[in-house]
Design a protein around this ligand. Structure first.
Ligand SMILES: C[S@@+](CC[C@H](N)C(=O)[O-])C[C@H]1O[C@@H](n2cnc3c(N)ncnc32)[C@H](O)[C@@H]1O
Length: 319
């Protein structure tokens, strides 16, 4: 029988509070696993998946496996929970080695409760029940493509497969367009609430060493954690976003342009070469350009506009 919404929310908040204070739930496999998620992010996934360990009809599912850190850390920590990971290995894999690496790690760590779905998430969601076989997703981690459309569709397409009590974890919420997708989803689907958010001042590629170490042990590039709240027990809380929506409106102008596919490259070329030394550089450039009214340091790439956002903030749920 399903838990009441109130008891479920209490369990979710206590799992998140424990994670924010302690990080990982267990470090099984951490000597082998490496990846792109903060240790508190992984700890939250482990504890939240643990809330479903006695439910045969529930599972954990993530989009964005990369080299297996999040998927296999959850599977090892919660051996009674079926864990599914979707990835088409389309980015961050120049030598095309990640699929084989994840399989190798699963074997080395004797992981028997994880299934890798080697497909784009949009295609996988067209026939997901071939894999889930009637199970419903209790914990959903979206860490795939981070463009606005993928973020929002990643939250929309999963709806048909969710457990009645569920948690949706959105990674890389430092990025303003990721926060915007959370806001748009939360406003469109008021039966979900933001339970927790955490941010760091910049993308990890633009952090100094000490700041990077601190946030690698935390929520790395920011997190939004959404929870189902059909009984409306939680107050509305929304991530901060820029009221100026002109960049989203400009999408229209880019999409219809004959050189649309070169838009990112063209912008790179427009950057003053004397100030930039290639993609992923970590030193800041001065904000002299029109950045939609945003102030502060601008980086050559991966601007998140997350400076000054809370390091961690819980919904004011009274339990
Ligand atoms: C940041 S990594 C995930 C990190 C991982 N969760 C970890 O703990 O290390 C993002 C992954 O999303 C995958 N990805 C990007 N676009 C995708 C899509 N449309 N469908 C499925 N996977 C996608 C990439 O191949 C990449 O491996």
């Amino acid at each position: 029988m399903a838990q009441s919404n109130k008891k479920f929310l209490e369990d979710v908040f206590s799992a998140l509070r424990e994670t924010d204070a302690q990080g990982l739930n267990s470090n099984k496999g951490q000597d082998i696993l490496g990846g792109l998620s903060g240790l508190k992010t992984v700890g939250a996934l482990q504890r939240l998946a643990g809330l479903f360990k006695s439910y045969d009809d529930a599972c954990y599912l993530e989009v964005g496996v990369f080299q297996g850190l999040s998927l296999l850390s959850v599977a090892l920590d919660q051996p009674n929970v079926s864990c599914f990971g979707i990835d088409d290995f389309s980015i961050l894999d120049p030598e095309q080695k990640n699929l084989a690496l994840v399989k190798e790690r699963m074997e080395k760590l004797n992981v028997e409760n994880a299934i890798l779905i080697n497909e784009g998430f949009e295609e996988a969601f067209d026939h997901l029940d071939d894999y889930l076989q009637g199970r419903k997703i209790g914990v959903y981690f979206y860490d795939g493509a981070h463009d606005y459309r993928s973020q929002i569709m990643g939250l929309a397409f999963v709806q048909a497969y969710l457990h009645e009590n569920c948690v949706l974890i959105v990674d890389d919420a430092n990025y303003e367009f990721v926060r915007q997708s959370s806001v748009d989803f939360l406003k469109s689907f008021p039966s979900y609430k933001l339970a927790f958010e955490a941010y760091s001042p910049a993308h990890p590629a633009n952090m100094d060493k000490a700041t990077l170490q601190k946030h690698e042990a935390g929520w790395l590039n920011g997190i939004n954690i959404l929870v189902s709240d059909p009984d409306n027990l939680l107050p509305v809380m929304l991530p901060a976003v820029n009221p100026d929506k002109s960049l989203y409106v400009n999408d229209w102008l880019v999409h219809r342009h004959p050189l649309a596919h070169q838009a990112a490259e063209a912008l790179d070329r427009l950057c003053d070469d004397s100030l930039s030394d290639g993609l992923g550089k970590s030193s800041g450039i001065e904000n002299k350009s029109d950045a939609g009214g945003k102030t502060g340091t601008l980086f050559y790439n991966r601007n998140t506009f997350s400076e000054g956002l809370p390091e961690s903030r819980f919904n004011a749920f009274k339990n």
